[in-house]
Design a binder for this molecule. Structure first.
Ligand code: ADP
Ligand code: AMP
Length: 219
């Protein structure tokens, strides 16, 4: 079962991908996470990517397409995959088709998470991340037990530098202009499944997992 989570920043893709991948033993492949690690480590890729990420712009395709292909190829056929935040434009979607074909992977579904712009802004500007284990919190919707500390590993939580209101608005603009068209691309391939992501985490989770169970039975 290989799937894509599509949708604007703040739609809850990472939150759901994290829960579902852990529960079902799938590989969660997030290009945002991979790029942030490269920035942190200071690799040549990270240094180039950082200039785009801090402005809320897409990192050039030639920097992203290859790291995804390499990651999927390393996975072998061991685990089903959830792609989170990739592809983000038509060129990436076509490159992904080629990668999947060459590695004999079949794409089973694309879940498109829909939220209002107000919801996305409120979620992103209140998001806190753990730099140690990557756990994700929200100051209002998913607060940690002890303010500012990770429930799982106790590290001090941080806000992502691109989660400020100005950059969030730019990221939402970029989504509308460059990524939203992928809905048509996957609709034409009969892979698209729309998810109302403007609800509680648990409700969104139930909708996605029900659809996955159905797809698994049909396979
Ligand atoms: P994305 O990966 O789509 O950018 P995230 O999964 O990181 O989004 O979620 C963005 C923020 O919103 C996080 O702080 C997360 O805790 C919170 N969040 C995610 N899903 C929901 C939801 N259904 N209701 C309320 N808050 C949510
Ligand atoms: P995300 O973690 O998905 O919110 O992504 C954070 C940032 O990483 C984006 O604003 C982009 O700058 C960059 N990024 C992540 N995925 C991609 C991608 N598939 N293509 C281009 N840039 C990406």
């Amino acid at each position: 079962m290989n799937i894509i989570f599509l949708g604007p920043p703040g739609a809850g893709k990472g939150t759901q991908a994290d829960a579902i991948s852990k529960e079902r033993g799938m590989a969660h492949i997030s290009t945002g996470d991979m790029l942030r690690t490269a920035v942190e480590v200071g690799t040549p890729l990270g240094l180039r990517a950082m200039q785009y990420m801090e402005k809320g712009l897409l990192v050039p395709d030639e920097l992203v397409v290859d790291i995804v292909a390499e990651r999927i190829s390393k996975n072998g056929q061991q685990k089903s995959i959830i792609l989170d935040g990739f592809p983000r434009n038509l060129n990436q979607a076509k490159a992904l088709d080629e990668t999947l074909k060459s590695l004999s992977y079949k794409l089973d579904a694309v879940f498109c998470f829909a939220v209002s712009e107000e919801t996305a802004i409120a979620r992103l500007t209140g998001r806190w991340m753990c730099p140690g284990c990557g756990a994700n919190y929200h100051q209002k919707y998913m607060p940690p037990q002890q303010q500012g500390k990770c429930d799982k590993c106790g590290k001090t939580l941080q806000q992502r530098p691109d989660d400020n209101e100005k950059t969030v608005k730019e990221r939402l603009k970029v989504y509308k202009k460059q990524t939203a068209d992928l809905v048509n691309y996957y609709e034409k391939k009969s892979l698209l499944r729309k998810v109302n992501a403007d609800r509680e985490v648990k409700e969104v989770y139930e909708e996605v997992t029900k659809a996955l169970d159905l797809l698994t039975r049909e396979k």
